[in-house]
Design a protein around this ligand. Structure first.
Ligand code: F6P
Length: 308
């Protein structure tokens, strides 16, 4: 069988390990042949494809990014559509997720954010400042929650939880009163109580969604004015998506890549591979894509015990 692989949307460390896992198992166990569509759906719509022999995936599990490239191309626009996609498939080759406990790249992003926040803490303490670290998280605050807990943040702000500026000010002042340099971790999609939508100042992406980023810059002067504590903001941005994947992500990615080949061999179309506990499962798209995996209230309440 000839199998096509593409990587689409925002990249993350671990994608190359997925490709490698799929190709190695597919070739070694089933004798499949692999091709890669370049730059995600752009490659499908444009028929831009390369062969993926075993030699191409040699040693790439530890390599960040994606050897196939990615894009935010909508396959139903830009000259695409179902007929174009089907034509190219027939010519060339015979797919914040609810269903998986962890997504590829999450562990690495948390590791990067935690290390950055640890660094902010030392300079904050030297200057007796308040630091606000902004991490990714458009609809869900998993990176902020985990990196914030790992780094011992005094405040964690996530998209799922509306919090008033009064409350944030109180937590910052409590930490300061104890002689600490207050550390606030905020997800890009956080919406303070007085706002209706996330802060956005960078226009729209190709899917018409507001590009996020900058809420930390909004909060910093506000908190400084209210508390009198010198406050700085740092936006980590795409640093969280670059570099080498952690060991945990490499293992997860390799297992998911291999399981994706099982899906093809067993004809499990319309499914995605997912981590459930320590096992890999095949989950129907309707269960996988129906809703976002938000931070449950009890996980936020658990973290909030240590705020202030
Ligand atoms: O959707 C994942 C994500 O990393 C968001 O957290 C972020 O807002 C967005 O992608 C950035 O998109 P781009 O890489 O297109 O700038």
């Amino acid at each position: 069988m000839k199998i096509g692989i593409l990587t689409s949307g925002g990249d993350c460390p671990g994608l190359n390990a997925v490709i490698r896992g799929a190709v190695l198992k597919g070739i070694a166990i089933h004798g499949h042949e692999f091709v890669g569509f370049l730059d995600g759906w752009r490659g499908v719509v444009g028929g831009d494809v390369i062969g993926i022999p075993r030699t191409l995936v040699r040693g790439i599990a530890k390599q960040g990014g994606t050897i196939l490239g990615t894009s935010r191309t909508n396959p139903f626009e830009n000259g695409g559509g179902p007929d174009v996609v089907r034509d190219h498939m027939e010519r060339l080759v015979d797919n914040d997720l609810e269903a998986t406990d962890y997504s590829v790249g999450f562990d690495t992003a948390v590791q990067i954010a935690t290390e950055a926040i640890d660094r902010l803490r030392t300079t904050a303490e030297s200057h007796h400042r308040c630091m606000i670290a902004e991490v990714m998280g458009r609809h869900v605050g998993w990176i902020a929650l985990h990196a914030g807990m790992a780094a011992g943040a005094h405040v964690i702000l996530i998209p799922e939880q509306k919090v008033s500026i009064d409350q944030i000010t109180q937590w910052v002042e409590e930490a300061h009163t104890r002689g600490r340099a207050p550390l606030v971790v905020v997800a890009e999609g956080f919406v303070p109580e007085h706002m209706e939508t996330p802060h956005s100042e960078r226009g729209l992406d190709t899917f018409g969604r507001p590009r996020l980023g900058g809420i930390a810059d909004q909060l910093a002067p506000e908190l400084e004015a209210r508390t009198g504590i010198e406050t700085r903001a740092t936006i980590l941005g795409h640093i969280q998506r670059g570099g080498v994947p952690s060991a945990l992500d490499r293992v997860l990615a390799t297992r998911l890549g291999m399981a994706a080949i099982d899906s093809v061999v067993e004809g499990l179309w319309g499914t995605m591979v997912a981590l459930n506990g320590t096992g890999i499962e095949h989950v129907g798209f309707q269960d996988a894509l129906g809703q976002l995996k938000v931070v449950p209230q009890k996980r936020y309440d658990e973290a909030a015990v240590l705020f202030g």
